[in-house]
Each structure stands twice: as structure tokens, then as C-alpha cells.
Design a protein around this ligand. Structure first.
Ligand SMILES: [Zn+2]
Length: 345
């Protein structure tokens, strides 16, 4: 038998606690409603979308797919925000391809462009992971995450009092050699384009250290580090940055597989940084995924799949519930995002 065919079914007899509705209402701070990641909700009736959110008690959903081209932003604002203003926040973005035209003045032009997006209704800025991996300047040189030419953009977000939700790098294993020691070998074997070996790509640590520099240099701008601060494998590193930078927050989206395999460290992390962690799933407004996250955060269930599959796709391990106390749950589900994203302070 090939290892790839091996599907061991756990013989453990443990409890399963279904959580249909969360302990407190939820703000989903990291999700997508565009065609690529969001499940095509931009082509379905708004009533279906609201019904899915209601079924999981999601009061507000942050749609990160506003993009930088005004037709897309206007489309998302029209489809979602105009239809149910209290239920959605749409984030804008940066058109990196314009760097070639603007040269060293690109930061100023991106800032101006974001101000325009904000004037149209964008309520935050999303930075996608090509930043630090693929984005190039007018000379064709890779742009570092802490490139000072972009300072006007980060400063503009602070002046507008809008948060920046930033994703740089990717799982650490995506930067490791693709060999018998790589903990995500199966996933990378299936998706070779997710592998970022160095060279030619910068090492993982150089990217996240540049993120730390960026956040420290702009204390007046709130940054939300996507996917547990872009380094869920190392909560000590993320916590140290949160200690240094009160303007740094994290979302937990797409990382319960990481958090749940280190339940003791994760629980301590949630308790210590209870005011700085935002809920999000990054999987479209999918009711089953919401319920899996609720089970992970609320119960002490043991050794379950983090995506429902016997062999989950992001590494061959299972997770443990964190059984978080009510005061932490309320902050993570709702209160923190109310402050940082809804700007109710
Ligand atoms: Zn996302």
C-alpha cells in the first residue's frame, strides 16, 4: 500500500459537541464574496447570503474582495453594502501593476487611490500575499514588505482611521525544501505553484521580519495580520510582535489546523491577547465551516479533523478544542472587531 492511500480512522472514543450557534454573535473579519474565493455569492440573491449568515449568527461580514479597480469596488458596494449596510464591510486594495508607471512615487499614488476608494465606501485596505513574494518596482526589483516608498500608503490608512488587513508569506512549510521532512508535502505535491523555495523567493523569516518593521514604523495605523499574524506556527513570535506593537492585531482565519495542534499554547495566546484577536474563516460564508470554528473555540472536544476530512489537506494531524471562557469568546467573536473594524470606540 502506498502511504498516500493510508487513511487511518481514529479508534478513540471521545465526545463530539456540535455547536450550531455561537455563544455570542459574530463579526467575520476575514472573508471573501468575490468569484475566486467566495463561492460566487456575487451572483446569488442577497437573501441567500443573509440567510447563511443568520444561520451561523454572523452579524457582520468583512468582504476583502473590493479590489482596486473602481468597477469591482462599486459592484461589491452595490451588491452587498447598499443592500444591507449594517451587515457588510468592503475593503479596497492596491494595484501593484501601476508601480511601473509611477516609479518611486508609487506610494503616493497608491495612497491617493486608497483615499478615493474610502470616499466611495471602502472601510479598510486588504493587502494580498503577492506583496513580498512577487510585487516588483519600476526596475523589476522585488519590493520588500517594509519598503519606505510605501510609507504614504500606510500613513493614509492611519489618517483615514481605517485598518489594514495584511497577508504576507504563507505556511512555513511552503518555503521549506520539498523533501521527506516537509510537513505539507502532500499539499505541495498537489499544488506545486504554492511552493516558494529560497532562492529565488526570499526566506520566510525575512518576509515576516519585514512585516514586523512595517507595523512598528506606523504606530498610528492599525494592522491586522491575517492568518494569526502570518506565522501561526510560532505563537511566541506573534505574541512578541503584539507586545512590541499595540497597533498589531491578528485574525484566526484558515489556521485552526495550526492553532488546534498546539492547544495549550493557543489557549494561553487567546487569554493573553484576548483584546487583539479577531474571528474570521476565509472560506466564504459557509455554515458548516463556521460551526467547525465554533466547536474549536468553545468545546473541549479532542482530536478532530480541522476541515471535516479524514485526511485533512493541510497536514496529517488533528486538532483539540480550546474551550475558551466566555469573556474571551465575546471579545474574539465580536467586541474586538467592533472596535477595530466597525471603529466603535
Ligand atoms: Zn483571505
Amino acid at each position: 500500500m502506498l502511504l498516500a492511500d493510508y487513511r487511518p480512522r481514529p479508534a478513540l472514543v471521545t465526545k463530539t459537541t456540535p455547536i450550531e450557534r455561537p455563544r455570542f454573535p459574530v463579526i467575520d473579519a476575514h472573508n471573501h464574496l468575490g468569484p475566486e474565493f467566495g463561492g460566487g455569492w456575487d451572483r446569488r440573491p442577497i437573501g441567500e447570503l443573509l440567510a447563511a449568515m443568520d444561520a451561523a449568527d454572523v452579524r457582520v461580514l468583512v468582504d476583502l474582495d473590493g479590489g482596486w479597480g473602481e468597477p469591482i469596488l462599486d459592484r461589491h458596494l452595490g451588491l452587498f453594502k447598499a443592500a444591507a449596510p449594517e451587515r457588510f464591510r468592503i475593503f479596497g486594495g492596491v494595484d501593484w501593476a501601476a508601480w511601473a508607471d509611477h516609479g518611486d512615487g508609487f506610494g503616493e499614488s497608491a495612497a491617493a487611490r486608497f483615499r478615493e476608494q474610502a470616499a466611495r465606501g471602502a472601510e479598510g485596505l486588504k493587502i494580498w500575499k503577492p506583496f513580498g513574494l512577487h510585487v516588483r518596482d519600476q526596475h523589476g526589483a522585488l519590493v520588500k514588505v517594509d519598503d519606505p516608498r510605501l510609507d504614504p500608503l500606510w500613513a493614509a490608512a492611519g489618517e483615514l482611521d481605517l485598518p489594514v488587513l495584511i497577508h504576507v508569506a504563507d505556511p512555513v512549510a511552503f518555503f521549506d525544501p520539498l523533501d521527506a521532512n516537509n510537513e505539507r508535502w502532500e499539499e505541495l505535491h498537489a499544488h506545486p505553484d504554492w511552493h516558494f523555495p529560497s532562492p529565488p523567493f526570499p526566506p520566510f523569516l525575512s518576509i515576516v521580519e519585514a512585516l514586523a518593521n512595517l507595523v512598528a514604523r506606523h504606530p498610528g495605523t492599525d494592522f491586522i495580520g491575517a492568518h494569526v499574524g502570518c506565522y501561526a506556527e510560532n505563537l511566541g513570535w506573534v505574541g512578541a510582535l503584539m507586545d512590541r506593537c499595540p497597533n498589531f492585531y491578528v485574525d484566526i482565519s484558515a489556521r485552526i489546523g495550526e492553532l488546534g495542534r498546539q492547544p495549550y499554547s493557543s489557549r494561553r495566546f487567546f487569554e493573553r491577547y484576548a483584546d487583539r484577536i479577531l474571528f474570521g474563516i476565509d472560506a466564504g460564508p459557509d455554515v458548516d465551516t463556521y460551526r467547525l470554528y465554533y466547536r474549536f473555540l468553545e468545546t473541549d472536544d479532542e482530536y478532530f479533523s480541522y476541515n471535516g476530512q479524514v485526511v485533512p489537506g493541510q497536514g496529517r494531524w488533528y486538532i483539540y478544542g480550546l474551550h475558551l471562557p466566555d469573556d474571551v469568546l465575546e471579545k474574539v467573536y465580536f467586541r474586538n472587531a467592533e472596535r477595530i473594524i466597525l471603529r466603535k470606540r
